[in-house]
Design a binder for this molecule. Sequence first.
Ligand code: ATP
Ligand code: MG
Length: 354
Amino acid sequence: MVDVAVIPGDGIGKEIIPEVCRVINNINDEINFIYYDISSERYLNKGITVTDNEISELKSYRAILFGAIGDFRIKPGIMEQEVILRLRKDLDLYMNIRPVMSMPNVSKYNNLNITIYRENKEDFYSLINGTLDNDMEFRHSDALNNYDIKISGTSNDKLNYNLGILTEKNITRFFRKAYELIEDDNIVITDKANAISMYLFWREIAKNESSKFNKNIKFEYADSLAYNIILHPEKYKHIIAPNLYGDILSDMTSALAGSLGYAASGNIGDKNAMFEPVHGSAPDIAGKGIANPIAGVLSGSMLLDYLGYKKDAQRIKNIINQMLQNKIIPVESGGNAGTHDIIKYILNEKYEIN
Ligand code: ATP
Ligand code: MG
């Protein structure tokens, strides 16, 4: 048996994630789900976000299935920072993966199959920022990444800065992980090396590591890539991006493939991985039975794939494809299939599709 931690969380996360576990167990009985009540509800009742004990337990699982966290009764930022960002940081999940593929009768494009591998810790998300007035000095240290930076200077104008950084260790392990996961040679690495010199360093590491993994890679500037994906989505398969461009490009490709209810994602590190639908708790539709569970189910399929159950993962994707082809269309996309109609269809299709 493989133990997998489950955090349904709040809102539609709580409705969808237990159903995803049922779908997985219907196809694969080797996965044993262990539930954690890390939620806004618990915070409101007991004042607990996530405990140190929970964090250390969660570190012992290879994979976590996560729903969504968010509740309007709690000050914005508290649960996000203390739960989601803390999990990403403490579990050192340095890569974000978002696959998008065309789905019949709901996507704008028919021939889209793109996965974006986004660096998840550095670039302009370094948190090294501040405002310089007259004489000032700042110190930024990060023991985990072995740097300690001092910024000092004077400015006659108010000057705001936010350093984009790339560290050799982090970017090297990031490219290694990407090349390990990617099985073919249609790989585009994006950046703005023509305007921002730190991406020359990014390119150098991308290239060095690619030769060790025997990968053929191409480089394309992020602006031109965005343009070309819209014109020729069928040409692209794997896109490796720095944090900020990865964020923008992955939202863009998700929109081409459908809406939020179809977008799955994974956060990957060396020891741990956490899979979650891209959408949040969606309080406006929570409790109505109309949430589209496909993003959650596809996150479950990514989890299976990551744990090595590739056939089961593909099977789930085939079932969803076939369901949409048969015009079982989620409410979100203008159809009348609610959460349970969709789950019921998926559970019943188990033996009929290879
Ligand atoms: P949070 O604060 O938790 O991020 P949110 O209000 O930002 O929640 P999201 O879940 O991010 O809401 O999504 C925005 C909107 O998109 C929702 O309010 C909902 O109307 C719609 N939506 C998101 N996910 C789904 C889904 N799975 N099925 C149907 N509609 C969805
Ligand atoms: Mg949101």
